[in-house]
Write a protein that binds this ligand. Sequence first.
Ligand SMILES: Nc1ncnc2c1ncn2[C@@H]1O[C@H](COP(=O)(O)OP(=O)(O)O)[C@@H](O)[C@H]1O
Ligand SMILES: [Mg+2]
Length: 358
Amino acid sequence: MHKATRPGIPPGNILDNLRTAVVCLDASLTVSYLNTASEMLFGVSARHCHHEVFDRALPYLADHRPRLTAALAEGAAYTERELHLAAGEGDPLIVDCTVTPFTEDDGQPALLLEFLSLDRQLRISRDDQMRIQNLANREMIRGLAHEIKNPLGGLRGAAQLLEREIDDPGLVEFTTVIIREADRLQNLVDGMLGPRRPPNKQPINIHEPLEHVRALVSADMAADVSLVRDYDPSIPALAADREQLIQVFFNLIGNALHALDNAGQVMIRSRTQRLFTIGGVQHRLVARVDIIDNGPGIDRDLLPRIFHPMVSSRADGSGMGLPIAQYLIHLHDGLIECESRPGQTVFSVFLPMGEASE
Ligand SMILES: Nc1ncnc2c1ncn2[C@@H]1O[C@H](COP(=O)(O)OP(=O)(O)O)[C@@H](O)[C@H]1O
Ligand SMILES: [Mg+2]
């Protein structure tokens, strides 16, 4: 960092507490300073970047050499909005970027780069909305389920009493129908209520529940369906409720297999991902599990609603698989997202690992 020459200029540790990513480049476009927000945004360490040429230190900026060179030569500031910065095969960063030329103490020209991550802001508003909706839905379902359960118990009890009093086997058939259908409704309502206990979080290898579900569904899979794995074995253990994760993966993998209709491929992929914001909290590291199928995809008009309760395109579907999975992952401070087009549907489960970064 160039020396502060005026009293009152913030020392480096204040810059390190800024949410805006700040990078300084010297006259030869090497990194002379990079604050903590930049380390987090670009996934690099300041120590490694220091004195490196900017495009080696920050591959996300590799395409920007001409503009930076011009800004340096002309001393002209510029701002670019909603810039998509790509590096390798990862998701691009979406940022507002401001580049301001300044003069170093030794008279050399230099550049101050500021980046405001928009991706994070878009994501916050999107997943906050989803969480609020999910919780409101659960409250409504709980209320409704209890209203149904009580009279249902009375109905079933009365049918049982009646059954004992009737001698005519032709009439017993009717009470049997009442009891059977009452039980079916009871199961449906129990399913809608979902988990009734808080998660019992224990350190767990994410692949363990995945393998459990894989074994479970492999047993009755159509011959032309393949279930392939692409695991990152280095993912550290995370604190989670094993049973609840099994339920989540079972719902997601089950949906993928249903969508395939007897032929196709489901891939289970695990990765870690740096810097991911969930419900307004940025996590340094999250585990990410993708369930990817090459089925027909989800209808465009259905897609925004699939996490809502009782939304189903299947004749025998309850529409509760995804809302319950989302709820269980919320209990783990995580998030499920979906991207779908014909030929590829991806459900991504994000689970924070360890401490949040703010
Ligand atoms: N992998 C997938 N491919 C295509 N459609 C899917 C997929 N996963 C979910 N869906 C759609 O989302 C709907 C809701 O799923 P879900 O909540 O599990 O309820 P259900 O499976 O009982 O229908 C499904 O009916 C289906 O239309
Ligand atoms: Mg389902």
